[in-house]
Design a protein around this ligand. Sequence first.
Ligand code: ADP
Ligand code: ZN
Ligand code: ZN
Length: 661
Amino acid sequence: MRIARVALDVPLGQAFDFAVPEGLEPVRGSLVRVPFGRLAKVGVVLSRETRTDIAPERLRPLESVVDDVAPLAESDFALLGFCAAYYQRPLGEVLHACLPPRLRQAKRRRIKAPATAETPAGPFPSPVTATARQEVAVELVRSGFGRFHPVLLFGVTGSGKTEVYLRLIADALAAGKQALYLVPEIGLTPQLESRVRERFPGVAIVAAHSHLGEGERAAAWLAAQSGAARIVLGTRLAALSPMPALGLIVVDEEHDPSYKQHEGLRYSARDVAVRRAQIAGIPVVLGSATPSLESWHNASQGRYALARIDERASAGATLPRVRAVDTRADIPADGLTDGLLRALKARLAKGEQSLVFLNRRGFSPVLFCRACAWHSACSRCSANLVLHLKAGELRCHHCGHRERVPKKCPGCASPDLAPVGHGTQRIEETLQAALPEARIARVDRDTTARKGALAEVLEQVRGREVDILVGTQMLAKGHDYPNLTLVGALDSDCALYSVDFRASERLFALLTQVAGRAGRAEEPGEVIIQTDFPGHPLYAAVARHDYPAFAEAALAERRLAGFPPFTHLALLRAESKAAGEATRFLREAAREAEGIGKDIEVFDPVPAPLERKAGYERAQLLVRAATRAAMQPFLARWKAALDAKGERRVRWSLDVDPQEA
Ligand code: ADP
Ligand code: ZN
Ligand code: ZN
């Protein structure tokens, strides 16, 4: 018999057997079109077989072999098989997740094979002479070409990490290899792609990220797979692109939370990249000014090599001076302290630019009735509706619900409704009122929804058409503005008393990154943090630019509390429309877990941080293990037991190495 065993993206995804008609010769890795129910689906051939358990009358023939896509390689199977096992997902789903949407369609037009041209071997001269520290970093990575060699590149903001990456990529190209260059959010770094293209003229470079059209994404993927593309520059989804001649992986801003996918295959592209480098036997560079505590710990344990760059690269550029403004003494008027306003005025007078950072969009986070204490809450979520004054709407940032701003209080009909707290819109207004001559631009998800909008604003900033930039964390990353000398950070205190054990790590990273936007050329930079706790050790460490001290203290706390990187976590999430069902399911799951796992600690089910979302009640259950070796087999058995329950009333998912716990 001629049988193909095919992985399909279906729930509980086992492999399915199909008869292979005469004339078709699919091999392991081939994409095939198969009948499934009344539909056709695209699957991946796992093996050819000569017998099957399927009864002959139920065995269906596969329809065709997808012949404009080459079969996946063994190295792809190794990587995707790891992802499936580690993140507890069916292999069919993972294979599917690796394919761009166009290639998963059963019905589509043929795609032209990628043009294989071009590849100049260099040299690709750099416009700058490397600093001594950059040289050392490059040498350290270079010494590990051709073997698994993970390197943490810990370099302060502006230390020229990009230059280090580009030199290493040039090496990989010269050796005839491909390079994978991962960044957190490519939409935010339009400068980077052109910089890479300028540096490697004539080299086939593809960008791979979710802003591309389907056709472009498929073309990029095929070019990576065929080897035609020598550099793949992309976001987390690029971490899985097939690359037959991969010689180097770079993960820039390796600490960034957006490397973690939050649905379906909940993988960390950073962790997968390290594993991929191990499978391929190549170096991987993890770069950051504020490494994740996991990576820092790995480096301090000697599992990763460490390269440090403590100084800014361009001549004369120094790290900004950071100071706290005590908001208990200098009480903010409509969000802004006198101290910050004076500093903004001084920059304006000198024709220098400033950035005001606030991690909350909208006008104000809640609308409040002064007569009866009614406040704007979302009826479907345990969250407040945010006032968006320009649009005249209250909006839920969790479920997308929108309604008109009421003219009178829905509770008592009083007209005395007041916005409480500040979002970027309101700060923009305050600034404009206080500094009428300033040209102000706001950057957040509301102002940048349109494709290309962000790039336009950033271009205006570079062209000095903007004096003050107000915005959310979108502004914290990667941008380089020589004329920007002041950063003001508002309302960061809330992270100091968050229940999330990663909140302080995130805050330190965010403040350091946003501070890193100031004073990147000759003009010295200054950072002003408005806070109720000017003496807080976290702010003190930010002010000293002392990540190692911060990391040491944070790691000591993690060790005491038994949190990662000293332990390993998995989170079972459940949600249901019916009250109590999610918790009921988690209690059963906890009992199941206790039966299976030795050396596993099972916590009590608790409400999710956002307890209700879009009408669903949500709860979660944390499990903890001292080692991966204990966690992994436990998870496999637990997942199988949960699958076997056939739960219908509750939607659930397992998150391995959760980033929010
Ligand atoms: P990072 O990614 O570490 O924050 P960048 O790579 O963006 O830093 O570099 C910061 C600035 O320093 C950029 O303007 C870059 O052109 C410049 N730069 C990098 N390396 C050098 C060098 N060796 N000599 C002079 N300028 C440099
Ligand atoms: Zn009222
Ligand atoms: Zn809502």
